[in-house]
Design a protein around this ligand. Structure first.
Ligand code: HEM
Ligand code: HEM
Length: 130
């Protein structure tokens, strides 16, 4: 049951983050791009955190070892990168050195999304879907 929640939350998270980053990369002509980027990525990051809690509870309840396989290592790194990016996104709105913070946010964001999609592909191949 918890693993189904993990699967569902993570697919929904990846879709939100993909749309949110897509808007920042290709939709900046729209006046509302930042609002959409912020909302979609806030939703995506919350779903990612919920999916993380679900799988942590699943592994604990089934008595398995945490962080025991490549999917788990990639997933944990992806989640940490996403957390850093999320923090930097909000921080960049008020930081004194906006330009530097945004440059790091752009690169950590691109890396986080790549790691999330890679982890998703590994997860789906673990259950025979990919
Ligand atoms: C954005 C995508 C995903 C992320 C960031 C992610 C992250 C993680 C993390 C961090 C763990 C390790 C948990 C721990 O050791 O306590 C894990 C385990 C796992 N994930 Fe994912 N995951 C993702 C997508 C998926 C998908 C699509 C599936 C397919 C069902 C999946 C299936 C699993 C399974 C089976 C485990 C191992 C549970 C166990 O050891 O019993 N994951 N995931
Ligand atoms: C985990 C969530 C997030 C991810 C993965 C992410 C990712 C990205 C990426 C990849 C870019 C650069 C797009 C490009 O031009 O190639 C970007 C730009 C930007 N993001 Fe985010 N973002 C996230 C959350 C946020 C949040 C919550 C905010 C604000 C509250 C924010 C504010 C910005 C701003 C202001 C830019 C423009 C930076 C610039 O070009 O100078 N982001 N984001």
């Amino acid at each position: 049951m918890l693993i189904l929640l993990h699967l569902t939350f993570m697919i929904a998270a990846a879709l939100c983050l993909l749309a949110g980053v897509g808007i920042a990369m290709f939709g900046r002509k729209k006046r509302t791009w930042l609002k959409m980027h912020k909302n979609l990525n806030t939703a995506g990051f919350s779903l990612l955190a919920a999916g993380g809690v679900a799988v942590f509870a699943h592994v604990t309840a089934s008595g398995g070892d945490h962080l025991a396989a490549p999917h788990a290592w990639f997933g944990a790194s992806a989640a940490l990168l996403a957390a850093l990016t999320f923090f930097l996104g909000y921080y960049s709105l008020r930081a004194a050195n906006k330009q530097a913070v945004r440059a790091v946010h752009r690169w950590s964001g691109r890396l986080a999304l790549t790691a999330i999609l890679g982890t998703l592909a590994l997860g789906l191949s673990m259950i025979g879907i990919l």
